[in-house]
Every structure is written in C-alpha cells, then in structure tokens.
Design a protein around this ligand. Sequence first.
Ligand code: HEM
Length: 381
Amino acid sequence: MARRHCSPRESSSFYMQMSQIGCEEMEHFIREIDAKMVPGEPFDVKTFLLRACANMFSQYMCSQRFDYDDEEFHKIVQYFDEIFWEINQGHPLDFLPWLYPFYRRHLNKIVHWSSTIRSFIMDRIISHRELDIDVDEPDSDFTDALLKSLVEDKDVSRNTIIFMLEDFIGGHSAVGNLVMLALAYIAKNPQVGSRIQDEVDAVSSKGQRKINLLDMHQMPYTMATIFEVLRYSSSPIVPHVATEDLVISGHGVTAGTIVFINNYVLNRSREHWEDSHQFEPQRFLEASTEGRRDSRGSDSGIESDQKEFQLRKNIPHFLPFSIGKRTCIGQNLVRGFGFLLLANLLQGYNVSSGDPTTIRITPASLALPASCFPLLLTRRA
Ligand code: HEM
C-alpha cells in the first residue's frame, strides 16, 4: 500500500496530483519568502524551504496544508528536522545498545520531539478524517488507505498508522535538506545555477509559467544537479542482513550476517568517477540519443545547450536509494518534489552567499544542522 501511494509512477494520476500540489505550494512559498525576506540581506532559506516541503508531503499524503503562520506547524517541522539531523549523526549508541544509560538525556529529547509530532498528527490530521471513512470508495490519499486498513485488517492498530504517517510525512525533511544542499552548492558554484536557469527559461518562456513534473525530461541538467548532491551527500552505509548462506563478490556470507552497502566508497571512488571529489553535475549527462531537438520543443522557442544531453540512467555503481526488494519507497517523491522546489526557486531567484566560507557541509551526510547558514536570494529581472 505504501509503495502504491508513495512511489507514484509517471503514468499515474498520483504523479499528476503530485505535480499540481508541488506547483501550487511553490506559489504560496514564493509569496511567503517575498514577504519575509529583506532584499540584499542573508535569509534563513532552510526554515522556509522545509515548511514548503512539509506542506507538499502533507497535501499529497493527507490532503491537508498548513498555514505559514501556524506556530504548531512550525514546531513540528523543526522537530522533524532535528530528528533527521540526529539520525544522520551515527552515534555509537546506534551500534552499541549497552551505551543506553549514557544517552538517556539525549534520548529523552528525541522522545519529546516525536511525541509532540505524534499528537499533532493525531489532533490535526487523523481525528477528523476517521469520521469520513468509506471502504467502498477508491482511496482518496495515503491517509484514507491507512484508515481503511484499520477498519478492514484486524492486525493493524491505530498506533501502526500513526507511526507510518509520522515516518512518511517525515520524509519531507530529507527532501528539504537535499534541496538546501543543492542551493548551497549553487551558491559556491554560480555556473551550476545559471545552467539550471537556462533550462528553466527555455521550457517556461522565461518564467511565463511554473515548472511542473512534465518538464523534467527537458531539464536533464537540473536533475543531474540533484543526482550530484545525492552522490556527494547520501548516507554512507545501508545495512542489510543475509537471510541465507550465499557468496557475495567471492566472499562466503552465512545467514544472519550483517552486510553493509558502503555508498561513501562507491560515491567517492576514483575507479568509478572522474575527479570524484569535485561537485560536477555534468557527470550525470551523456550525449542525447534522440538527436538535437530544435527550439519548437520549448514553450519559448529559446534553444538551450542542455538539449544535446540526456540524463545517464542505470549507473551500476550509483545506488543512492539502494537496490533490491527494500529499495527506498520515497524515491519518486524525492525526485519529483526535489525537482519542483529547485527549478521553481531558481526560476524566481538568483542564489548566492554574502560569505561562502560560512557554508559548511559535512561530507557523506544529507542532513544539515537545524540552524544552518543563510543564503542571499535575489529576485531575477
Ligand atoms: C534524499 C532522500 C532519501 C534517500 C537518499 C533515501 C535513501 C534510502 C535508502 C538508501 C534506503 C535503504 C534501502 C535498503 O535497505 O536497501 C531507504 C529505505 C526507505 N526509504 Fe528512503 N530515502 C530518501 C527519502 C525517503 C522519503 C522521502 C521517504 C518517504 C516518503 C522514504 C521512505 C523509505 C522507506 C519506507 C524505506 C524502507 C523500505 C523498505 O524497507 O521496504 N525515503 N531510503
């Protein structure tokens, strides 16, 4: 059920719904930052970006958006982000559970954040939806499907669906941090931002309309930038457990052994990537096999350099979302909402930093601290 709702396929109505939700939220978001930002002054982009992203997820999964002035909403977005930062720190306790007594205060803090989030989901999302369940109607969204399973399946408890909603809505923190990282790399490498803006202007007649998900295929450099952030920053290790005796790359592995995919080594290896320590989105592009399209392919009639290129797909050593049965359920949401946020922000603004030395990024981590560097957003003419 989670895969059906949270991995929308391109041909599905869920995908178009996601596109519409993303575009509408970008209108709210841009109005909000125009109102809150002082032109020429560094701005706390991350806080506002996370709220926009949380609204995209809550509308997509729960058909509900929250006002940008809603203080309870601010608090839970912040708590989700604090939790995301903590789970990305790789504390010794994650591997050595007997260290628990030394982490009691730290864990109490996390328990407080998650119980506040759970009460919010219960009071502001689930309680009034429970009254409207009609098991004979098609699912209106993920929450509807979860609530129906509560009625239909005796093994599903109320706690299960609250935990699931908490986990899946919480996915917005990963996307918000990913886009914030992309903006940080753009502030450090202005030519990356200019190339994304070339694509944006070419498909949207220089900003006559918002960028939607149908534009994604015509904007390979924008997607390549998202992939390059994932290569640079995605979680270093993915743990699995062997369920049977087997051989992996010539090594005997017995059932029950913990096996890690080491994304850090894969993503930084000189064997697989040229100049692996450079941030270079172009590495995810290859010559287009469809031949060079002419300017009739764009709304504006503007020819863009990127049309000579297409996104490289199925790179065997690039596994940001892992492979196999347990591959990431949220990857289409990451690509889709990540693309809409990045492309539409760059349609409206140039991104820079008053002082690039303030931009501190931890390698191999998608998480930025809850309170991180500000950026300069300048309205494009
Ligand atoms: C940049 C963002 C993200 C990255 C890099 C990422 C990456 C991953 C990775 C590497 C796994 C492990 C797969 C395995 O065990 O082999 C995973 C699992 C998972 N992810 Fe994500 N993820 C992201 C965002 C999301 C979002 C937004 C959601 C939900 C909306 C999500 C939901 C899940 C779930 C439910 C699983 C467990 C799947 C299972 O065990 O069947 N992820 N993700």
